[in-house]
Design a protein around this ligand. Structure first.
Ligand SMILES: Cc1ncc(COP(=O)(O)O)c(C=O)c1O
Length: 309
């Protein structure tokens, strides 16, 4: 991965190579952490963080759901992120805030063990590649089911949850595919290992309901854009067979953005269709500050004003 110079950790800016934790950190042993994936894009007004507040509020909510008390407010984390981007001199970057139970009392209860918080920023290209974004990726339905809401808080973005995504990702990558689609505990389509999923079938855009998935911020963004463009989006249970019956399938997520799926389980869906391309183009405009109507989604990182004499 590409390094940057500074990381924010527990209130201080530390050099990238010095951002370390103790080996007995609770989160390392039990997955007791929550995190966010956020992107900052170059825009004509300066670095622009997409839906920053929503991401930080989700971080706070994820923490609360797992009984982690973050000792910083959303406003403080926002300010720290702005300063971090400025210090690292980045115009665009991926932003990874992380809150985890740190070093102290071991064992599962460990409520007295402090919660540590870090924010890292670094340049990171689209997760499934530029070619994937343009031509579509090959996806496979994993044999691993998505974690169920009666075992974990599926709406939280928690570190431990990602063992589930890692199993699915490894299985499908080893089988020669680029992304894993997971079914839920009832056998309906749930989401991909790191993205939400949509299908376009006979003129209808459908996506699984938000109940037991990670309710993605890009998912909500795309639903809003689709409505604004006059499309109807239905949140409903999707049977696995519909993935191959659909005319279009696409994935949405902060890291991947909007990625067409060209093949599922070796059934060809084909080149990105019209709905996918239209939504992708509008989302790209919104992300890069080219869509005036969505300017409110961008949190601009102010640069220190130039002193003029
Ligand atoms: C499992 C999972 N689903 C969906 C998403 C998409 O969420 P968002 O659009 O908020 O990045 C992500 C990425 O954060 C994810 O890890």
């Amino acid at each position: 991965m590409e390094k940057s110079e500074w990381i924010w950790m527990n209130g201080d800016f530390v050099a990238w190579d010095d951002a370390k934790v103790h080996v007995l950190t609770h989160g390392l042993h039990y997955g007791s952490g929550v995190f966010e994936g956020i992107r900052c894009y170059e825009s004509q007004d300066g670095p622009a963080i997409f839906r920053h507040r929503e991401h930080l509020e989700r971080l706070a909510k994820s923490a609360e759901l797992y009984y982690l008390t973050i000792p910083y407010s959303v406003g403080e984390l926002r300010d720290a992120t702005h300063e971090l981007i400025r210090r690292n001199g980045l115009e665009s970057c991926y932003i990874r805030p992380l809150a985890f139970r740190g070093y102290g009392e071991m064992g599962l209860y460990a409520q007295s063990t402090p919660v540590e918080v870090a924010i890292a920023v670094w340049p990171w290209g689209v997760y499934l590649g530029e070619e994937g974004k343009r031509k579509g990726v090959r996806a496979k339905v994993s044999s691993w089911r998505r974690i169920s809401p009666d075992s974990l808080v599926t709406q939280a973005k928690a570190s431990g949850h990602y063992l589930n995504s890692i199993l699915a990702k490894l299985e499908t990558t080893h089988a020669g595919f680029q992304e894993a689609i997971m079914l839920d505990h009832s056998g309906f389509v749930s989401e991909a290992s790191g993205e939400n999923i949509f299908i376009v079938r006979d003129g209808e855009i459908a996506t699984p309901p938000a109940g037991a998935i990670l309710d993605g911020i890009t998912r909500k963004t795309v639903i809003k854009i689709a409505h604004d463009l006059g499309y109807e989006v239905i949140e409903r249970a999707i049977a696995p067979s519909e993935l191959t019956l659909a005319q279009e399938v696409f994935l949405t997520g902060t890291a991947a953005e909007l990625v067409p799926v060209r093949e599922v389980d070796e059934h060809l869906i084909g080149d990105p269709g019209e709905v996918t391309r239209t939504l992708q183009a509008k989302l790209d405009d919104a992300l890069h500050g080219r869509a005036q109507e969505y300017a409110g989604w961008l949190d601009i990182v102010e640069q220190p004003s130039k002193v003029t004499t």
